[in-house]
Design a protein around this ligand. Structure first.
Ligand code: NAP
Length: 421
């Protein structure tokens, strides 16, 4: 473990040292603004350091008092784990799997999204340069049709997938046939709720950031903004104004807020979703169409009058398109927030302690952020409920997903040992 920790620290140092060139590679491959890409490399360095420093404690034997002379829980690696990963955070998604998996003693096999092959190969190279033996982390340049065959290989013991719901269903089904464990981090349609006691300046600024981060292509981007009736008009006015003020342009320029979406397909899908929403009664307050310039650009868009049961409200919207809803009180806000098949993150803005407690209790999501934007942090578990998946990444919960949680019972007094299972 100590040796692995040294190598993981080294991987973190490489990410930190090379963050400019790594950021440029991410931006060139999938279009995220360069500032965000460099920050992503820094965050990967953080998760490497975090697990280098904490894995030993997370996986230490856990003594449990029983009738045995000694009984405890002992954690052991499982073996090679397949990671099927998306392009939207092409480094972060991989490192948040790989840092704990490798520190636990597993082998990582990466099947990255097909549009980010350079990132995929570079990540393999970073682990090699950090000193991990050849094969401990391998990138497989394969298409999604090859995944089932890999899961059928008896040497591969488990899989994790971060991606869309259909991909999750497919990988979980293939792994299930082989009785192999999966962790699924799937889509989201996160609510962002603003109540009258909230600091409106902060809420509006954060709302715009939460919707447009990564050009709007984030699983935990806030997608549905649910605002109390008393402050709705003011929130709407300011939110639309700020969305209009975003700087769209070359993602390699430091001042750019919104760059191109990753592929032409994503722009077309987004455009279809908006058109369908408008056809079924939604109004466009700003944006609402592709931008007529080279690249996959889409206007920052705000929709209102969306039926909460309309497809656009229930599906995931992967791009800079926000929907605003008016709620008469907290109960209606929670009802709208929970009216989705997804349950990844949620953000609620209020300075009322009772309302905070109600949001924490009643929002159906893997996380509740009060007066803050949903974000991952190596120290806190990350994951979803409902169709957003299952299992957790990060923190102690994440590193214990791909280990054998082995019960050890050492006799002496065997009085209780003949219990049934
Ligand atoms: P995607 O199309 O599902 O692809 C994700 C990965 O799965 C890619 O490597 C893809 O390979 C592979 N894949 C797709 N269909 C597959 C299948 N039937 N069998 C095996 N592998 C398959 O998703 P994406 O467009 O890259 O990413 C966006 C999605 O990821 C969004 O839904 C987003 O919310 C979700 N996401 C979730 C989280 C989270 O933590 N919950 C984080 C980030 C993103 P190919 O590229 O070769 O098709």
């Amino acid at each position: 473990m100590a040796e692995r920790a040294r190598m993981m620290q080294r991987a973190g140092e490489i990410l930190e040292t090379d963050k400019q060139s790594l950021g440029q590679m991410m931006t060139a491959e999938m279009g995220k603004p360069i500032k965000a890409a460099i920050a992503e490399a820094e965050k990967c360095a953080w998760v490497c350091r975090y697990y280098a420093e904490n894995a030993q404690q997370h996986l230490a034997d856990h003594i449990v008092e029983t009738t045995a002379k000694k009984s405890y829980v002992h954690f052991q690696p499982l073996g090679p784990v397949l990671a099927v990963m998306p392009w939207n955070f092409p480094f972060w998604q991989v490192f948040r799997f790989a840092a704990p998996a490798l520190m636990a003693g597993n082998v990582g096999l990466l099947k990255h999204a097909s549009n980010v092959p350079q990132c995929a190969l570079t990540i393999e190279d970073i682990f090699a340069r950090a000193g991990f033996p050849q094969g401990v982390f391998q990138t497989l340049l394969i298409g999604s049709d090859a995944v089932e065959g890999i899961l059928n290989d008896r040497r591969v013991v488990a899989a994790t997938l971060t991606g869309s719901e259909p991909a999750g269903r497919s990988v979980a089904a293939a792994a299930g046939k082989q009785i192999k464990k999966t962790v699924l981090e799937l889509g989201g349609s996160d609510p962002f709720i603003v109540m009258p006691s909230a600091n409106l300046d902060e809420a509006v600024t954060t709302a715009v950031k939460a919707r447009t981060i990564n050009n709007g292509q984030s699983c935990i981007a806030a997608k549905r903004f649910i605002v109390a009736a008393e402050i709705y008009d003011e929130f709407e006015r300011r939110f639309v104004e700020d969305m209009r003020g975003l700087k769209i342009g070359d993602p390699m320029e430091e001042s750019t807020d919104i760059g191109p979406l990753a592929t032409p397909q994503i722009v077309n899908d987004l455009d279809e979703q908006v058109k369908k929403a408008v056809a079924s009664g939604a109004r466009v307050l700003t944006g609402g169409k592709k931008i007529d310039r080279a690249g996959n650009f889409y206007e920052p868009t705000v929709l209102v009058d969306v039926d909460i049961n309309a497809p656009v409200s229930c599906e995931e919207i992967f791009g800079p398109v926000a929907m605003l809803f008016r709620a008469s009180d907290i109960n209606e806000a929670i009802r709208i927030a929970n009216a989705t098949q997804f349950g990844l993150g949620s953000s609620a803005w209020t300075n009322d302690a009772n309302e905070q407690a109600q949001f924490i209790e009643e929002l159906e999501a893997g996380s509740v952020f009060i007066n803050g934007m949903v974000a991952s942090d190596p120290r806190l578990p990350f994951g979803g409920v409902k169709n957003s998946g299952y299992g957790r990444e990060l923190a102690d919960f994440g590193i214990r997903e791909f280990v054998n949680i082995k019960t050890v019972w050492i006799g002496g007094n065997t009085d209780n040992a003949d219990n049934t299972e």
